[in-house]
Design a protein around this ligand. Structure first.
Ligand SMILES: NC(=O)c1ccc[n+]([C@@H]2O[C@H](COP(=O)([O-])OP(=O)(O)OC[C@H]3O[C@@H](n4cnc5c(N)ncnc54)[C@H](OP(=O)(O)O)[C@@H]3O)[C@@H](O)[C@H]2O)c1
Length: 354
């Protein structure tokens, strides 16, 4: 383990309390897309770190990763990796979380898990710090779950409106970037773009992450299909939104679509509320909310696009208008960096709350 002399008081977002004690932080999946972004977020937010343990598969053991002027050697993940760790950020997939999170918790670490393994466990809080920060207090298993990326981004847009009008239902279609599939998703898109650009054709052996060509295409299929015709990703939006907002009767229907965008998910949302809505009031509500801004002046072509939020902390909302089908409903467009706010940043914000 490497000793790091980081600042002991961190500068944090307005809603987050001050941390005065430096922590021993472990990242499981440190070499992955989200793990790398976690390192950036920890550094940018001056998270107070006394020691940093970077864990990945045996393939990466020994690899050196720079952090705050130090080169830190990646170690192979084992059940004994967590001695002395205060906060373990897990980002290596659900199977590994199921296998190793309890070892980390038993060693005394607070586990913040990015996978879907524990999200619907009654004894594991599911937290978006701007939406339900109070939920982190009750964590009997020592595990806190980070929600699904599309759900986080959608709720960043809907939570301020829920406070104003009372959310009743969500109809959504997502436009999800390939980095949502990890580093391999980006590689697959880039290889296909290169071949097509050279006048070639995408062959079967170039389709490993997605069942169809992703370059010059959109694929209405994110995660596995379930018996009712929805995918697991679409059901995450339903079940996780209900849990985070504590709205067990919330109605949600969603179609999740993979698009040939490198980074940042977009979601088209129609949300119906209990009370009458007002577009100007809804737009103004975002000014008072950390983590989300309105970018909504369509006549001047101002609305959020994925490039606006790439590598940025805040989600953006635009195209806010009264829905023409449902009463008390708003249609809107929300965009957010799913590697950052949809995963790494949200986990680091939870660590700040802990
Ligand atoms: N990408 C996103 O936008 C996003 C958003 C929200 C949530 N998530 C979730 O975050 C997690 C990681 O996603 P990612 O996109 O970062 O994936 P990724 O780029 O494929 O990275 C996977 C990480 O897991 C590690 N790993 C794989 N097998 C391992 C093993 N047997 N033992 C220890 N470590 C192992 C890899 O280490 P090696 O380099 O050694 O293989 C790598 O560090 C997933 O649960 C994903 O669902 C991702």
């Amino acid at each position: 383990m490497t000793e790091l002399t980081g600042p002991c008081i961190s500068a944090m977002s307005a809603s987050v309390m001050t941390i005065s004690e430096a922590k021993h932080v472990a990242i499981v999946g440190a070499t992955g897309a989200v793990g790398q972004e976690m390192l950036d977020c920890l550094d940018e937010r001056n998270f107070p770190i006394s020691e940093l343990t970077l864990l990945a598969s045996a393939r990466s053991a020994g690899k050196e990763i720079p952090f705050r002027g130090n080169l830190i050697k990646v170690k192979e993940l084992t059940h004994d990796s967590f001695e002395g760790v205060d906060i373990a950020l897990f980002s290596a997939g659900g199977d590994l979380s199921l296998e190793y999170a309890s070892s980390a918790a038993a060693a005394g670490a607070v586990v913040i898990d990015n996978s879907s393994a524990f999200r619907m466990d009654d004894q594991v809080p599911l937290v978006v710090p701007e939406v339900n920060p109070e939920a982190i207090k009750d964590r009997p298993k020592g595990i806190i779950a980070n929600p699904n990326c599309t759900t986080i981004i959608t709720l960043m847009a809907l939570s301020p409106l829920h406070k104003l009008y009372g959310l009743r239902s969500i109809i959504a279609s997502s436009y999800q970037a390939v980095s949502g599939s990890g580093a391999q998703g980006i590689i697959e898109l880039d290889e296909q773009i290169k071949v097509l650009g050279a006048g070639g054709e995408v062959t079967e052996d170039m389709k490993n992450v997605y069942p169809h060509q992703i370059a010059s295409n959109v694929i209405p299929h994110v995660d596995a299909f379930t018996e009712n015709g929805y995918t697991k990703e679409e059901l995450k939006m339903l079940n996780e939104s209900r849990k985070i907002l504590n709205l067990p009767d919330l109605r949600v229907t969603c179609t999740c679509v993979r698009v040939p965008v490198h980074r940042s998910h977009s979601v088209s949302v129609t949300a119906q509320f209990e009370r009458p809505v007002d577009v100007a009031e809804a737009r103004a509500a975002y000014a008072a909310c950390p983590g989300v801004d309105a970018k909504d002046d369509p006549e001047n072509s101002l609305y959020p696009v994925p490039l606006d939020t790439t590598k940025k902390d805040n989600c953006l909302v635009g195209r806010i208008r009264k829905d023409m089908v449902f009463d008390n409903a708003l249609a809107l467009w929300v965009v957010g960096d799913q590697v950052r706010k949809g995963a790494a940043l949200n986990a680091v914000q939870i660590a700040e709350l802990v």
